[in-house]
Design a protein around this ligand. Structure first.
Ligand code: ADP
Ligand code: ADP
Length: 215
């Protein structure tokens, strides 16, 4: 199962990728999580990426292409992967196609989770994250114990780029740089549209109907 979870910030890519990962035992590859881990550890990559992330800008393509290539070659991705937050530009998608061609793992589906902007804003303002990639919401998806991750037990945190200025820019950046990928993947016959406004479990059922045949 080689799947791309696609959608605007706050659409539910991470939430759904976690559920698919748990059900099918294949890794969620979130470039946002990888970058945040580097920022936290203070690596050279993290130091470079932080300024873009805090401003809600995309980190340069060359950096992301290097990250995704390394990650896809890890042994745990041999039986499939769930890409969450990559690709975000046409050059990233072209690079991905080249890598997957080399390792003979074609993309099965690009799942486009559609959610209107007012709902995205509501979701992002209440989002709390865990370092393990789990995503919670104070209103829509609270953890069992306040401030603590159900999955790994770590303290939850709010992302610095979920503040209003960075969110507004991320939505603009999506329209300019990422939305063209919808036609790109439509043209390849891979795009599957999903209504992402429904409850998390309902959205998952819809996504699973698309994903299950690629098990
Ligand atoms: P993305 O990875 O696309 O940015 P997330 O999966 O982190 O999005 O979800 C954004 C926020 O919205 C989180 O707080 C999450 O708990 C919440 N959320 C995700 N899916 C839904 C849904 N179907 N209904 C309500 N809230 C949701
Ligand atoms: P969201 O869940 O809100 O869609 P992510 O966690 O995927 O956001 O990404 C957070 C930030 O990390 C982005 O705003 C961007 O700065 C950087 N980032 C993540 N993935 C990419 C990518 N594929 N290309 C460029 N920048 C990225």
């Amino acid at each position: 199962m080689n799947i791309i979870l696609f959608g605007q910030p706050g659409a539910g890519k991470g939430t759904q990728a976690q559920k698919l990962s748990k059900k099918y035992g294949i890794p969620q590859i979130s470039t946002g999580d990888i970058l945040r881990a580097n920022v936290k550890e203070g690596t050279k990559l993290g130091l470079e990426a932080k300024k873009y992330m805090d401003a809600g800008e995309l980190v340069p393509d060359a950096v992301l292409i290097g990250i995704i290539k390394d990650r896809l070659l890890q042994p745990d991705a041999a039986n499939g992967f769930l890409l969450d937050g990559y690709p975000r530009t046409i050059p990233q998608a072209d690079a991905l196609a080249g890598i997957l061609d080399e390792i003979k793992k074609p993309i099965d589906a690009v799942i486009n989770i559609a959610v209107p902007t007012p709902i995205l804003l509501e979701r992002l303002s209440g989002r709390w994250m865990s370092a393990c990639g789990a995503s919670y919401n104070t209103v829509f998806n609270p953890p069992k114990k306040e401030g603590v991750c159900d999955v790994c037990g770590d303290q939850l945190f709010q992302r610095p780029d979920d503040t209003s200025a960075a969110v507004a820019n991320r939505l603009e950046v999506y329209q300019k740089q990422t939305a063209p990928l919808i036609d790109y993947y439509k043209g390849k016959g891979l795009l599957k549209d999903i209504d992402g406004t429904k409850d998390i479990d309902v959205v998952f059922e819809e996504i699973d109907k698309i994903a299950a045949p690629f098990k």
